[in-house]
Design a protein around this ligand. Sequence first.
Ligand SMILES: [Zn+2]
Ligand SMILES: [Zn+2]
Length: 325
Amino acid sequence: MVLEKPKTPLILRDVSDPQPAAGQLLVRVKACAVCRTDLHIVDGELTEPKLPLVLGHQIVGRIEQLSENVTGFSIGDRVGVPWLGWTDGTCPYCRSSRENLCDRAKFTGYNIDGGYAEFTVADARYCFHLPNAYNDVDVAPLLCAGMLGYRSYRKTGDAKRLGIYGFGNAAHLITQIALYEKKEIYAFTRPGDKAGQKDAHSLGAVWAGGSDEMPPEKLDAAIIFASVGPLVPAALRALAKGGVVVCGGIHMSDIPSFPYVDLWNERVITSVANLTRRDGEEFLKIALRVPVKTKVEIFQFEEANTALDRFRAGKLAATAVLKIS
Ligand SMILES: [Zn+2]
Ligand SMILES: [Zn+2]
């Protein structure tokens, strides 16, 4: 499925199989989860995709072919391909363990063709072995919603009372880890979304309400997974002194102005960009230990546009996963 230009549907097309360059794997794709970032790319909110582009950065597949210089993988291995597809290894960020901020980073399904396809190639150094306890479809959402959600969660440090704004795929996964680590979860949904609040309660949140409500206790930290700028000052007002607001998305609408007093007392606003390979490894280990359960809605490969449309309309009850080959 190919994106020719933003704001148009993906087109099903026969393309020649990609050839792995040195250091790359040729992967036969089994499943690829759909991420909100895919929507931001299709809708033109992320403005610099390669075009035409094969979307998809939560790829699960089997290794079909190895090129030279690949270590740690064998033909037939199951492999996970995440958003971070390549870094230069030489810039100041890479050299200070912040490859997620690499000046020349390339991202799967954005600057590099991704997994809405039968085959893809990927730099082996950025791929993950996946735990056998998960099947191909269930493990796919861990590769972005899980890994980037986990990086956001780690930014909240030892916060005990944790608010989550936007209770979707990432929140669902991170809540399970937070509860495992004995945190209290305060879930904020769209105002009036009683079903979402019920879902958060059933997952173990101590409180669930609309994003226009204040929690019963001040929060030590809040993560915002929704791409809605006005949630930033709202979350800030719900924080205790010294608390942090972590913006976990790649794109957000503008943040309205707010009085300095809401930031005063060492409150912090920060964002999370991309992931490091270490985040991914750490997350997969803890996900297996909890164990984190994913909730998926399966679509056939050819139904990618339907999956994206339903995501955009807020009509998905779980993470959409495309089943391929
Ligand atoms: Zn993603
Ligand atoms: Zn770099």
